[in-house]
Design a protein around this ligand. Structure first.
Ligand code: F3S
Length: 299
C-alpha cells in the first residue's frame, strides 16, 4: 500500500490568503470591483471571484469610473499608485507586507544614491514592481553567472554603495551562491535577505519530503513561479510532476511508487490539495487491487 504524505507547509501563504480575503471583502463593500491582473495564479479562485462580479483589468486606464481596484500581493510600481491617485478610483492595497518592505528598501537606498541589485525574474510582476520603486539605477539578475558577469564588466564603480535584495520567492540555494559572488573588496554592500520565510519553509519541506519519496506531486498554477521552483527543488531528488488539479493525476505515469509526497504553491487553495490527496489515494488503492487480481490470476 502506497504511503501518501502532504507537506505541512503546502498551500496558501499569509500574503496570498490576505489578498484573496481582501478581494472578497471588496466585493461585499463596493458595487463594482476589478483586480489589477488575476489576484492569484489559481484559475478556480479567479473563476469564483469573476462569478461574484470581479473584473480583471490590465491597467488603470481600463477601469470604469468609481470601480474599486484591488492591487494583488505582488504589488505594483510607484507609477501605478500615481495613476490611481490621478484617476481617483477607490482601491484596496493587497500588496503583501513583505513585498512592500522591499519597495521601501529600494526606494530609500536609491534616494540616497545607492545602486540596487535585484535577484529575481525581470519578467515577474513582483520584480517589475520592485524596479518601479527604485528612484535610481538597479540591475536585475536571475543567476549567480549573471551577477558575476555584471561585476566582471565593471558596470558600477568598485567602491559604489550597493544594496542587494531578492524576489520573495527566489531560490535560497542560488541566493547563497549569489552572496558568495559579491566582491569582497567593496565594504559598501548592504545585503537584505528578502526571501519570504513562507517560501523558505515550503522549499525546505519540499526538499526534505522529496528526499524520502519515490514520487512528488507539486500542485499549483502553471504560471505560478513559486510552484515551478518547488517542482525544480523536488525534481532534483525524485521523479516529480507539476499539476494544477486532481484530474491531471489520471494522465500521469505513477509507476509503482510506494512513498508519494504532495506539496503545493502559495496560491493553491486547501480544498484543491485535499482533492489531489483523495484522488491519489483512490488511484493507488485501485492499482493495489489490480495488482492483487493479476497476482491471483497468475497463480
Ligand atoms: Fe507574501 Fe511570502 Fe506569500 S512574500 S505573498 S507571504 S510567499
Amino acid at each position: 500500500m502506497a504511503e501518501i504524505t502532504v507537506a505541512e507547509s503546502a498551500g496558501f501563504c499569509f500574503g496570498v490568503d490576505r489578498a484573496v480575503k481582501l478581494c472578497y471583502q471588496a466585493l461585499e463593500q463596493h458595487p463594482h470591483v476589478a483586480t489589477l491582473g488575476p489576484i492569484i495564479h489559481n484559475q478556480n479562485v479567479v473563476d469564483d471571484l469573476t462569478r461574484r462580479g470581479a473584473r480583471i483589468v490590465d491597467s488603470i486606464a481600463d477601469l470604469q469610473p468609481d470601480e474599486c481596484v484591488v492591487i494583488r500581493s505582488h504589488g505594483v510600481s510607484a507609477a501605478v499608485y500615481d495613476q490611481l491617485e490621478q484617476a481617483g478610483n477607490p482601491y484596496v492595497d493587497a500588496t503583501c507586507p513583505f513585498v512592500a518592505k522591499i519597495h521601501r528598501i529600494v526606494e530609500e537606498h536609491t534616494r540616497a544614491g545607492d545602486f540596487i541589485l535585484i535577484a529575481g525574474d525581470a519578467n515577474h510582476p513582483e520584480v517589475a514592481a520592485i524596479v518601479g520603486h527604485c528612484k535610481g539605477n538597479c540591475f536585475v539578475f536571475e543567476s549567480e553567472e549573471a551577477l558575476n558577469n555584471f561585476f566582471q564588466k565593471k558596470l558600477v564603480n568598485s567602491r559604489k554603495r550597493l544594496a542587494i535584495v531578492a524576489q520573495t520567492t527566489y531560490n535560497i540555494l542560488v541566493w547563497e551562491k549569489c552572496l558568495e559572488a559579491l566582491p569582497k573588496d567593496n565594504p559598501n554592500i548592504m545585503v537584505y535577505d528578502t526571501i519570504c520565510h513562507a517560501t523558505q519553509v515550503r522549499q525546505s519541506d519540499a526538499d526534505k519530503l522529496s528526499r524520502k519519496s519515490d514520487l512528488m506531486i507539486i500542485v499549483g498554477g502553471r504560471h505560478s513561479s513559486n510552484t515551478v521552483k518547488l517542482y525544480h527543488v523536488c525534481n532534483r531528488n525524485c521523479r516529480s510532476y507539476h499539476i494544477e488539479n486532481s484530474d491531471e493525476l489520471y494522465t500521469l505515469d505513477l509507476g509503482n511508487a510506494e512513498k508519494i509526497g504532495i506539496t503545493a504553491g502559495a496560491s493553491t487553495p486547501a480544498h484543491i490539495i485535499k482533492e489531489v490527496q483523495q484522488t491519489m489515494t483512490e488511484i493507488m488503492d485501485n492499482n493495489a487491487v489490480e495488482e492483487d487480481i493479476n497476482f491471483a490470476e497468475a497463480l
